[in-house]
Design a protein around this ligand. Sequence first.
Ligand code: NCD
Length: 311
Amino acid sequence: MHFPHRHLLQIEGLHPPEISALLDLAESYVLLNRSGKTQRDLLRGRTLINMFFEDSTRTRTSFELAGKRLGADVLNMAVSTSSVNKGETLLDTAATLNAMQCDLLVVRHDQSGAPHLLAQKVDAAVINAGDGTHEHPTQALLDALTIRRRRGRLEGLVVAICGDVLHSRVARSNIHLLLAMGSRVRVVGPPTLIPAEAAALGVEVFHDMRDGLKDADIVMMLRLQQERMRRGLVPSSREYFRFYGLDFEKLSLAKPDALVMHPGPMNRGVEIDSAVADDPVRSVIKEQVEMGVAVRMAVLDTLSRKTRRND
Ligand code: NCD
């Protein structure tokens, strides 16, 4: 298994064989999960701490499930009731975790770079579960696994990432991963929601959905992240849906078999029409959630190998 890193903090900088190795291992966990079996001896005696300073449903629960299926002791730190609210700094929290001899630390934080800082201070392997507007590496891996299983490859596919790219760590991680694996990436959205550096990253920029979706293989929709917007960057939700919401009419411009993706949580009727989101043929949104568990099992397995006993 070719993965020389101690932590998983970002996709940027990972080499294609390292990404492929994680996806190949995740593939085997998809099969294990579907068979209803577990592998509880793999991380037996290991401690995984989920530390979420921001809301999460699927990411936190899928890390919890992934850890438990591999036999780890999983602890969810309830940050809102912990000493963090009493003013304990991130680094004091890290020292506490070190004293508890935690093996794997999964961190979500509203500040970009927080997991990197923690990684310098804790003995555990740190996994970034989303930091500010920076990266969300396991989301990009699960998206890639979903695409690869459906299309057999990533190379040469046209992937349109649409909507609030500016605030999206999901978009940033996906851009790095997909470009590294040879996909053609487009970002589509209003000028106020496309980061200035987008073109420099090597993606094509579109402000009109009709142009951006034309002949796309994959249409990846993003949530409008109102909570990260300092001022009105978009008009009303209704107006936004009219121009940038994905409905069947706009989807008809993509390839006839184009797949629809969304990392969740969705704002139905804002960035995506319910009928498209729930379409059993075109939408792979539920499959993304399933792949999330397998990818996180692969990441936990890989990062714990370095320190695993009897290895
Ligand atoms: C994303 C996140 O938190 O970055 N959600 C997720 O992890 N599935 C995207 C979002 O919040 O819109």
